[in-house]
Each structure stands twice: as structure tokens, then as C-alpha cells.
Design a protein around this ligand. Structure first.
Ligand code: PMP
Length: 299
């Protein structure tokens, strides 16, 4: 990983090499942290952070789901994110805030542990290929909404994503697709799923998935471009018979899906709507579309 100079921890800027957590921190043992993945983009007027307010809102929602009492206001935390990008002189990249239960007592209850946080940021390019990727339905289903607070971004949830990725990766695929407990499409390990059929977009309902900020942005952008999105149950068969399929996410941005389970989606190439959404999305984050400047925080 390419490092930057500073990482923010509990209100202080520390050198990248010197930030520490104790090995008996609760979150290391039980996955009881919450986090965000945020992108910063380069624009003519300097770096911008994409939808910072929404990411901070989700971070605080996730923290609330595991009863963390946040020592910082949202405004203070937002400013710490901006400061981390600024002090590292980052032009573009990935920002990773993590709130965790630190060193206190070691038992299931985290309530005897302090709530601590770090914010790191580093230069980062594409996460998945810009070319259509090969996806396979994982043997693991997405965690059941009654097993956890599914729409919170809790560290422990990511074992479900990691297992799914490792399985399909070992079989030669680029990324996994997880079904929900009813066998309908849920999402990727770190991405939301969309399909396009006859000029309309379809995406799985909220409930079994993370409420992706990119997902919401793409629904809004698509509407402005004249494409309505239906949020409903999505069958795997519909995806296989779609004109286009793609993933969205902070890391994935808009990633075209070329095949699922070895079966091509249409001709396996980037579809017209996917291409258009990707192009417009990249213009927005580059600060080239005034209409969406509300989504950008200048550093
Ligand atoms: N689903 C999961 C499980 C994720 O981890 C992510 C990444 N945060 C997403 C979807 C996409 O969400 P966003 O667009 O907010 O990054």
C-alpha cells in the first residue's frame, strides 16, 4: 500500500508509521468496529470529497447500531476527514475512517471499552477493471437482515464479503454476487447491483443490502438522464437475461459486469446505459457538472 504521511487518531495527527492499537482492543477480537470508504477526486479547483455528509451520516448510524457513544460531533469528524486529506496533500484517493472499541475489558460486551477512531487517506486508482468483469454467484448468502443490522457498515459483516470473494476468486472470477436468504439478488461483497432491461434500470430493494451512497447517486443521475429505476426484488434469471448489468460503489464506481456464472450478459460488452452513467458519474466527480456540485466538498 502506498502510504501517506499522517493518520488522524482520536483527535491528533500522527505519523503513518507510529499509529497504534493495543492487541487486546475489543474490535480486533470481535469485529465490533464500523467504517466508511470515501473517495477524494481531483478537480480543476483542487481535491473534492464525494458526498462527505452522507458518508458521515452513515458512519454515525453504524456506530449507533453497536451502541458506540461518539466522542466527536459529526461536524468535528467531518472536519477531521477534510484535514486528513489536506495535510497529506492528497490530490485524489481513498479515505478510510474507522471507529473501534479499544483496549478496556475483553468480553462480549464492548461497553467497558473506549470508543476510538482513526482516519487514513492515500492515493488510489480503480478498484475493479474498467472492462466488464466476470462475476459468480457465491455459495454464501448475504447475512440475514435478522442476524444483524444489515444496513450498518460493521466490520464483522465483512467476513461474509471476504468468504464470498475468496471462493469465487479461487475459481477464477473477478468478483462475487451474493443472493439473499430468499435466493434473490442482494449485492456484491462491496458493491450494489443494477441491471438494465429495455431502457429501464432495476436494483434490489433496501432491506437486505447496504444502502449504497453511489447506488443513490446513480438512481438520481439516471433519473435526470431519463432512465427510471425500479427498486424491487430482482431474480437471478432476470440478471442473466438483462441487456446490461453493473455494480456501483465508492470503490467500484460504475463497474460493468460482462458475465455471471460464465454466461455472457447480452454480448458481454459495456452496455449503452452503463457507459453513459459511468461517463456522467466521472464528469460529476471531476467537478465538471455544476448541477451536482452539492455532492462535492472542496478540501
Ligand atoms: N454494499 C456493500 C456490502 C459495501 O461494502 C459497499 C461499499 N460501501 C456498497 C454496497 C456500496 O456502497 P457505497 O456506494 O456507499 O460505497
Amino acid at each position: 500500500m502506498q502510504s501517506t504521511k499522517y493518520i488522524w487518531q482520536n483527535g491528533e495527527m500522527k505519523l503513518w508509521e507510529e499509529v497504534k492499537v493495543h492487541v487486546l482492543s475489543h474490535s480486533i477480537h470481535y469485529g465490533s468496529g464500523v467504517f466508511e470508504g470515501i473517495r477524494a477526486y481531483e478537480t480543476e479547483k483542487g481535491p473534492v470529497i464525494f458526498r462527505l455528509g452522507e458518508h458521515i451520516d452513515r458512519l454515525y448510524y453504524s456506530a449507533g447500531a453497536i451502541k458506540m457513544k461518539m466522542p466527536w460531533t459529526k461536524e468535528e469528524f467531518k472536519n477531521a476527514v477534510i484535514e486528513t486529506v489536506r495535510i497529506n496533500e492528497l490530490k485524489q484517493g481513498y479515505i478510510r475512517p474507522l471507529i473501534y472499541y479499544g483496549y478496556g475489558e475483553l468480553r462480549i460486551s464492548p461497553l467497558g471499552c473506549p470508543v476510538e477512531a482513526i482516519i487514513a487517506a492515500w492515493p488510489w486508482g480503480k478498484y475493479l477493471s474498467a472492462d466488464p468483469i466476470k462475476v459468480k454467484v457465491a455459495d454464501y448468502i448475504r447475512i440475514h437482515p435478522k442476524s444483524s443490522v444489515t444496513d450498518a457498515k460493521i466490520c464483522g459483516h465483512y467476513v461474509n464479503s471476504i468468504l464470498s470473494f475468496l471462493q469465487v476468486n479461487s475459481e477464477g472470477y473477478d468478483e462475487a454476487l451474493l443472493l439473499d436468504f430468499n435466493g434473490n439478488i442482494a449485492e456484491g461483497p462491496g458493491e450494489n447491483f443494477f441491471l438494465a432491461k429495455e431502457g429501464k434500470l432495476v436494483t434490489p430493494l433496501l432491506g437486505n443490502i447496504l444502502a449504497g451512497i453511489t447506488r443513490q447517486s446513480i438512481i438520481e443521475l439516471a433519473r435526470d438522464l431519463g432512465y427510471e429505476t425500479e427498486e424491487r426484488i430482482v431474480l437471478l434469471e432476470e440478471a442473466l437475461a438483462a441487456d446490461e448489468c453493473f455494480f456501483t460503489g465508492t470503490a467500484a464506481e460504475v463497474t460493468p459486469i460482462g458475465s455471471i456464472n460464465g454466461q455472457l450478459i447480452a454480448n458481454g460488452k459495456i452496455g449503452a446505459i452503463t457507459g453513459k452513467l459511468n461517463e456522467e458519474f466521472m464528469r460529476i466527480v471531476a467537478g465538471e457538472n455544476e448541477k451536482y456540485s452539492k455532492w462535492l466538498t472542496y478540501v
